[in-house]
Design a protein around this ligand. Structure first.
Ligand code: SF4
Length: 344
């Protein structure tokens, strides 16, 4: 069984097909969203801040911002995608900058505990036999007092702040808590801390032993589900716009193809034309059906009046099926070969 991570589990929950592309087929796509790019630059700057502090040096805000700008420039490439096209790259760069300024001003002189690890790798077994293995990276692990540990996580995105109930459901930091409990047997109080940097907000939560146990069982259950899965269907959502596999995903690839076309080429695409034609026909179906009902009524009335149960048109024959009035049906068929030419 592979070593799982929170990202790997989330990928399956978001879309099984994305999971298959990324973790089973291992298809590499050379693109990155600007949100992820900006988040990485902010994380780098905060890591530098605390690495220096561990060496008794406090980087100035200007220094951090200069580092952020330099890394932005050095790592920028055409492979970075902007989905929300109403915003520019510069807009995102400024948001990241604002995250750093807000954090620096709020926490200076950064004496809220002793940093124990940065981008700290954790490994964890969810069961005594070591079958269910997990790994992850803690943005910052700190000791805030005797037996008091804090797991810090930086968030640079999000359109709204999570509620307390949302935080309690958070699996990622709960898994990290399990790893910290194992690594530090003196841990009696573990605080989970999220820094929603774009909102300049610090949110905290803690887990009861029962909640930790519930998360452990749920995570094992999810891993079992993934391991037993044979089909990985696409699960469309708003997140598809950020998915690096849109170009090969059956539910998104045609959209990707036509998005890239100029308006005049767009209408020449066979798929576009077929869908438009079907939509047009379906939009006419309602009025055609009403017309059919009217003509059938007229045929039944004619048949009744003329005492003729089979009526002939130029190419077809209408046969009125016997039945109680009001429930008679008309079967329409092409003329038999010997009748062809009857009206020529
Ligand atoms: S584009 Fe959407 S449906 Fe397709 S693989 Fe990605 S997330 Fe899944």
């Amino acid at each position: 069984m592979p070593v799982y991570s929170h990202s790997r589990l989330s990928s399956y929950e978001k879309c099984p097909l994305q999971y298959r592309f990324r973790y089973l087929d291992r298809i590499k796509r050379d693109v990155q969203s600007i949100e992820a790019f900006m988040g990485k630059r902010v994380h780098e700057a905060l890591e530098k801040l605390y690495r220096d502090l561990m060496m008794s040096r406090r980087a100035s805000l200007d220094e951090l911002l200069a580092l952020y700008q330099r890394r932005w420039r050095e790592n920028w490439s055409e492979k970075i995608t902007i989905v929300k096209t109403e915003y520019t790259a510069d807009h995102y760069r400024q948001v990241g900058e604002r995250c750093l300024v807000g954090y620096y001003r709020r926490y200076e002189p950064f004496d809220d505990g002793q940093t124990l690890g940065l981008e700290d790798r954790i490994e964890l077994s969810l069961d005594p036999a070591g079958r269910y293995q997990l790994q992850g990276y803690i943005d910052r692990l700190a000791r805030a007092g005797n037996g008091v540990y804090e797991i810090h996580d930086y968030k640079t995105g999000g359109s709204s702040l999570p509620s307390d109930a949302d935080l309690r459901k958070d699996r990622q930091l709960t898994l990290y808590q399990m790893a910290v409990e194992k690594r530090f047997p003196d841990a009696r109080d573990i605080r989970l801390v999220w820094h929603y940097l774009a909102f300049d907000q610090r949110l905290t939560s803690a887990r009861t032993p029962e909640e930790v146990e519930r998360h452990r069982r749920q995570t094992i259950g999810l891993i079992d589900t993934i391991e037993e899965t044979k089909t990985f269907p696409p699960k469309e959502s708003a997140l598809c716009r950020w998915c690096e596999y849109r170009g090969i995903c059956p539910v998104q690839k045609h959209l990707v193809k036509v998005e890239a076309l100029e308006p005049n080429q767009y209408l020449n695409d066979d798929g576009v034309r077929l869908v438009d034609r079907l939509a047009e026909l379906l939009s006419r179906r309602g009025s055609v059906e009403k017309e059919i009902a009217r003509v059938e009524e007229a045929i039944l009335a004619y048949s009744e009046r003329e005492k003729a149960s089979v009526l002939r048109g130029t190419g077809h024959t209408a046969r009125v099926q016997p039945g109680p009035p009001g429930d008679r049906r008309i079967a329409l068929a092409l003329h038999k070969p010997e009748q062809i030419g009857l009206f020529d």
